[in-house]
Design a protein around this ligand. Structure first.
Ligand code: FES
Length: 438
């Protein structure tokens, strides 16, 4: 399935740059998605020699499959940050994410990427209590907002909370536009990191700093990221001939999302934990049934699925990967808000490397407390699936489930996916399914 971004963005002309032999750089960034490319862009601008190692093609992993909402809204997160971390940290979270919106705005002035300012809304599908609490948090934190009595989307709802000054764009137009100024090596799948050296089958990069920007960190130990992350899939249809919406809308309860791109309406939904669906009432099946009823005259032009890394508390993990290796950094756990998350992570890691400190090193520290109900949920899923009989995942051996709608084998434990031939579609697994376990 091809996303509307892949179909409409033009990759820079010229041959693919591949790695041959060993090279030295100041920083090796592993992963050529939005987080890695922005990080490399910022570091290069700061005067560092930065080499990006991308296992396949830059931008064509998770970034190609986002819905590309550029917003600090992040669902209903501010009330919970205020309660958990206090208002100062909640305000900081807003400020750095709003700075990311402004950062994209500035980049879009140089790189045409269909950047458009929009209000981001969360609509209430049932009770408005959560929206009311979130609105109170916005007022306390001074976040510009307004409330709608009814969100203008074809879903029963009881109003919406809008965060003003947000945006939408085409992420691949931006990423491809930045690419010529970045030293990016493709087909450079990193198999291992030893000391200061990242190894691929074609060569290696030795650098003072290593940045893991691989969506899901490729190292299990140290770090234990597999305990504090799980992955979710959700599905998107681009419709032609559907009533447009004025703004970007998400539900407060796992319902449908809406935004426009040009004449197209993008409708998202049908999500599930990777490896636990999609069932017949989820995924593309659910989404197509819904748009058939809500937009009977519309035609489907593109369909694609997103894969999101979910942190334990809804905030990304950005900073030192593990204290025993202070020159290795990580950016992950964007929890469905990968555009602003990528920018915030790139800015923070650039600051840590160049200035030795970042404004968010406490707030987003990957070493922050793991105590949360989500941790026990993750451990429970792993415990159940490690003993279940069936085909085994090559990451840590959990039982895979067949995803009938996408014809893939998906892992409920940490979200690896394999195609029908057993090749890896999504990590953290690095090796295909062994023939004897198929
Ligand atoms: Fe970790 Fe499958 S993704 S065991």
């Amino acid at each position: 399935m091809t996303s509307i971004w892949e179909a409409t963005a033009q990759r820079p002309e010229g041959p693919v740059r591949t790695l041959h032999g060993d090279l030295r750089a100041d920083v090796a960034v592993i992963g050529g998605g939005m987080a890695g490319m922005l990080c490399a862009h910022m570091l290069t601008q700061a005067g560092a020699r930065c080499a990006v190692l991308e296992g396949k093609r830059a931008g064509l992993g998770v970034t190609a499959n986002t819905t590309a909402k550029v917003t600090a809204q992040h669902g209903l997160i501010y009330d919970s940050i205020v309660k958990r971390e206090g208002p100062e940290r909640a305000r900081l979270y807003y400020e750095v994410n709003q700075a990311a919106v402004e950062g994209y705005r500035a980049l879009a002035e140089r790189v045409p990427c269909d950047f458009e300012e929009r209000t981001a809304y969360v609509y209430a599908q049932g009770s408005t209590a959560s929206i009311e609490r979130e609105r109170a948090a916005y007022e306390r934190l001074g976040i510009p907002h307004h409330v709608l009595d009814h969100a203008p989307v074809p879903v029963q709802n009881n109003g919406a909370l809008g965060m003003e000054g947000q945006a939408q764009f085409n992420p691949l137009k931006l990423l491809f536009g930045l690419m010529p100024s970045i030293e990016v090596y493709e087909d450079a799948f990193v198999t291992d990191v030893e000391g200061n050296t990242a190894h691929t089958a074609q060569g290696s990069v030795t650098a003072d700093y290593i940045v893991y920007a691989t969506h899901y960190p490729l190292v299990n130990v140290p770090g234990l990221y597999f305990m504090k992350l799980h992955q979710e899939r959700s599905y998107v249809l681009a419709l032609e001939g559907a009533q447009p919406v004025d703004g970007m809308f998400v539900s407060d309860g796992g319902g449908y999302s809406f935004r426009t791109y040009g004449d197209a309406l993008l409708v998202g939904g049908g999500g599930c934990r990777t490896g636990e669906g999609p069932g017949p009432d989820q995924g593309y099946a659910q989404l197509r049934r819904y748009v058939g009823e809500a937009y009977p005259g519309a035609a489907e032009r593109y369909a694609w699925a997103t894969q999101d890394c979910m942190s334990l508390d809804g905030m990304p993990y950005v900073g030192v990967h593990q204290r025993s290796h202070p020159n290795r950094y990580v950016a992950t756990g964007f929890s469905k808000w990968g555009m602003t998350g990528s920018y915030v992570a790139a800015r923070a890691i650039c600051d840590l490397i160049v200035r030795g400190r970042s404004d968010v090193q406490g707030l987003l520290s990957p070493q922050r407390s793991m105590l949360s109900p989500s941790l026990f949920s993750n451990l429970g899923v792993s415990a159940a699936n490690i003993v279940k009989p069936g085909r085994r995942c090559t990451h840590l051996g959990c039982c895979l489930a067949h995803n009938d709608q996408e014809d893939s084998w998906d892992c409920p434990c940490h979200g690896s996916r394999f195609d029908a031939e057993g090749e890896v579609l999504e990590g953290p697994a690095k090796r295909p399914i062994k023939p004897e376990s198929r």
